[in-house]
Design a protein around this ligand. Sequence first.
Ligand code: DGY
Length: 330
Amino acid sequence: MPGKPKVFVTRIIPEAGLQLVREACEAEIWNEPLPPPATVIAEKIPSCDGLVSLLTDRIDGPLLEKASRLKVVSNFAVGFNNIDVNACTERGICVGNTPGVLTDATADMAFCLLIAAARRVVEGHQYTVSGRWKTWEPLGHLGQDLAGRTLGVIGMGRIGSALARRCQRGWDMKVLYHDVYANEKAEQDLGARKVDLETILAESDFLSLHADLNDSTRGIISAQALAKMKKSAVLINTARGPLVDQKALAEALKTGTIFAAGLDVTDPEPPAMDDALLKLPNVVIAPHIASATIDTRNNMALICARNLIAGITGQPLPAWVNPEVRNKRR
Ligand code: DGY
């Protein structure tokens, strides 16, 4: 009788998902706090039927060359820029991700960074704990108003729309978006207007990034783009660090080209300790935690496990990045 399929899980994910994985598979779980080095994944992959990967694991053609029996890569994330999906499809390997369940948590975090950066909350905290707060200051710590301002969203998918809904319904903001696709629902429900990049840069008071990282979006917020933004603008990034030219952003924040930034993602992650961004008062940086709520991570783990098991057992994946592999899957 054949044994259970073998899988490698590159980090401890919530037990809700691990339990399903263990029931269906012979699972080896990397239990170190840091990700497995690429050499370790390369060593494990030849004997694996399935892989649970994280956004910190690079799954590319050379690695897949060694993956002779791999049927599925199940990413514990909605983003999958760490995976060469075409290389998987060519080899008949399914790829899964975790969309939907992290939409609200991520939109909440984008809004949290927006208001924290606009109202200088972290700077104020530092001021307080360092003993510099002496009195109420009529001209101190002045930030930006939110109500009635313009939100720009680059990438009007699930998360971008959820942020737009919060800002439009709660703060009466006007919504602009830039995307290759039209989002008719956001246009109808929120009065969102699709505009070109120049317009969104020039007109947004708050510009929030929600695009996939790919060749056309990498570095979309360049020095030139920052120069076109309002001096009072706040940039928010909860998507992927390389969407922004980080050196150019540090310069723009230092010179007052834009007012502030709120980042949940950087390039690289974590940023180097001598990165100019870390020395600036007008940036708030969180350690890539937008999906980090208990329920969201549990739900991500469940989808991730279900994708893995479906990939191994020849079923359609509940969240399938490359359904075009269907007729030639292993
Ligand atoms: C994702 O899912 O892509 C986030 O970056 C982490 O939850």
